[in-house]
Each structure stands twice: as C-alpha cells, then as structure tokens.
Design a protein around this ligand. Structure first.
Ligand code: AMP
Ligand code: MN
Ligand code: MN
Ligand code: MN
Length: 276
C-alpha cells in the first residue's frame, strides 16, 4: 500500500474540532496512512490518539507544534517523532501552558474593557482543554454574536494591533529545539510562508534554526500555491533541510483544508520521514 503522510494536524487537546479518536478515524477515512498529531504546545492528546491508531492500524507519529519567539517574531516549530513522556519536553509544555494561561487572562481582561466580560471563564468551562488559543477566543466571539465570522474576530479584536491583542514572549528558539531534541524528535519549521517575512529575515531565521539543530521545513501545507511551494523549496535547498508535508487540519468546517489532501513532496527533496 502506498504511504500517505500528513505530518501536521490538531485535535481538541488544543484548538482542533475533533477529539484525538475522531481525528484518527477521519485520517483513515481520508486515506492517510501516517498521521502526526501536532497540537499547540501540548502532548495531552497523544495517548488517546495512540490507542485509536493501534485499534485501526494507522501509523501515528507523535508530534507537537511549539510556539516560539525569535527576535520578537513568532514562529511555529513542529516536533515530530518525539517521546511524549520525556521530562525535558514536559518542562517545556508546562512552561508554555503557564504562558498561555497568563496571556488568555490578559486577552480576557482586554475583551472585558470592550464590554465582553468573562471570556476566559467561559472558555475554561466549555473547552475540553486548558491550552487556550486565540482560536478559542474567536469561536467564543462568534458564538456570542460579537462578530459574524471567525476571521472577523481576528480583524476586530484578536489580531496584532487590535484591542484584545496581547504581545507574547513564547519559548526561545534555543529552548524549543532543546525540548524537541531531548525528546528524540526532529524539528521542522511549520508553514514558512505564513510569517509574511522578507527573504532576508527568513534566511537569518533559518541560519539560527540550523545552528540549534533544526532539520526540516514544511514544503507542502494545507493551503499553499505553486509559488509558495517553489519559494519554500528554495529555502530547503539553500539550507539543506528535509521537506515535510502537513495539512494543519483543524476542523471539518474549513472546506479548504482536509487531512491527507496534499500535493506530493517534490522528488528532489529529502523527505523528513526518512529520519523516523
Ligand atoms: P495563538 O497561538 O493562540 O495565537 O492562536 C493561533 C491560532 O489561531 C492558530 O493556530 C490558528 O488555528 C488560529 N488562527 C490564527 N489566525 C486565524 C485567522 N485569521 N482565522 C482563523 N483562525 C486563525
Ligand atoms: Mn491552531
Ligand atoms: Mn501554526
Ligand atoms: Mn498548526
């Protein structure tokens, strides 16, 4: 059977719609043979995902998507093939959990000043996770009719420069790579074209990323066009990085992004899964 890889996805352990079990079932239904669950800053969905994967014969790659700050800019670093019980990794996820909690409280305070009280309390009461992201706030704002679309929540309240935006210092690049490497994983730069960064900043970042032991870059993501693929490939070649493919699936409501619905990795690039 042909292997179909999707190495970036989210469950309700962070801001995904589906429980880890439902995510595994959907992956199999969509023809994925190797799925990485990469929730934001946590590994709490992996045990349930593994038990379902074992039952249905899907290959689960244990993963995480770390939020990382480098030069005041936010990057997402996916760790693949990690040991989720590694103590150093768990030190990292605990630290990010504290950062997220403090930030969510501040976002909530800022929303209260906009006459939208108790957002954080509501989210904690209604979510299946305590790893609260802006996506949760956006859903809350939508559900309570403060905005008419999820994008509107970012445009009006949560995006950079908007009234409920809270600048956040995530994990350093050095620490992020340390957590992933300590857990035996490989570090991959997620969705390189989503940072809207100049090529020269991207080169500076990738130089630092390589120096800390970063090995891969996503070439194929859920929603990219041929030009973005070409530019990502260029960086992969220039920095001798392995290529990864991942949909960044969050929800069945987003019709544009589906598990496993990904272009193949170009043949002139080393696949990251060679390292698993
Ligand atoms: P955070 O890491 O808490 O800043 O939350 C970021 C998450 O919000 C991302 O992982 C996406 O899932 C979601 N997100 C960010 N921007 C948008 C957007 N414009 N529309 C919908 N979801 C978004
Ligand atoms: Mn997300
Ligand atoms: Mn991301
Ligand atoms: Mn993601």
């Amino acid at each position: 059977m042909q292997a179909i890889y999707d190495l970036h996805s989210h469950s309700s352990a962070s801001d995904g719609e589906l429980s880890p079990e439902m995510l595994m079932l959907r992956a199999q239904e969509k023809g994925v043979t190797h799925l990485a669950l990469t929730d934001h800053d946590c590994v709490t969905g992996l045990a349930e995902a593994q038990s379902t994967a074992d039952k249905i014969g899907l290959n689960l790659i244990n993963g995480i998507e770390f939020s990382c700050t480098w030069n005041k800019k936010t990057f997402h670093i996916v760790g693949l093939n990690i040991d989720p019980s590694n103590p150093e990794l768990l030190t990292g996820t605990e630290s990010l959990h504290s950062i997220r909690t403090a930030r969510a409280q501040k976002i909530s305070e800022k929303l209260a000043k906009q006459n939208i009280p108790n957002a954080y309390e509501n989210l904690l009461a209604e979510s299946s996770t305590t790893m609260i992201t802006r996506s949760h706030f956006a859903d809350f704002l939508l559900k309570n009719n403060h905005v008419t679309t999820k994008q509107g929540a970012f445009d009006t309240y949560l995006g950079q420069g908007k009234p409920a935006f809270v600048g956040t210092e995530w994990a350093s690049l050095e620490n992020t790579l340390h957590y992933i490497k300590a857990a035996g994983g490989v570090a991959v730069l997620a969705h390189p074209m989503r940072y809207k960064m100049t090529a020269s900043w991207m080169r500076r970042f990738l130089t630092a990323f390589k120096a800390e032991g970063g090995l891969g870059i996503e070439i194929i993501t859920g929603r990219n066009n041929p030009d973005e693929i070409r530019r990502s490939l260029h960086f992969a070649k220039q920095f001798d990085l392995y290529g990864s493919v991942g949909s960044d699936f969050h929800s069945s409501k987003n019709k544009w992004v589906e598990l496993g619905r990904l272009a193949p990795l170009p043949i002139n690039i080393k696949p990251i899964w060679r390292l698993f």
